[in-house]
Design a protein around this ligand. Sequence first.
Ligand SMILES: [Ca+2]
Ligand SMILES: [Ca+2]
Length: 85
Amino acid sequence: MIKKHTLTALALMTASGLAWDGSGAASFQDLDSNRDGQITLDEAKKSPEVKAKFTQADANKDGKLDAAEFAALETAQPTAPQPMK
Ligand SMILES: [Ca+2]
Ligand SMILES: [Ca+2]
C-alpha cells in the first residue's frame, strides 16, 4: 500500500513537472500555443489545473479562455479556506 501511494505521488510530481516550469502555474502565454490570444480546451490540456477549471472559468461559454477569464481562473482558489460564518 505504501508502494502504491509512492507511485501515485511520483506520477503526480512527474505530471506537474511537465506542465509547470517551477513558477507554480502555467502562464497564459505558455498555454496559448498559437498566440491567438485565447486558450482553447486543447491548449488548456497542458495544465491539469487549468483544464480542471476550464468550464468554470469560461464565463461567456464560447469554449475558449481570453486573458480576463484566465486571470479570473488564476485567482480562483477552490481549496481556499472558507471564512467562518
Ligand atoms: Ca490559442
Ligand atoms: Ca470565454
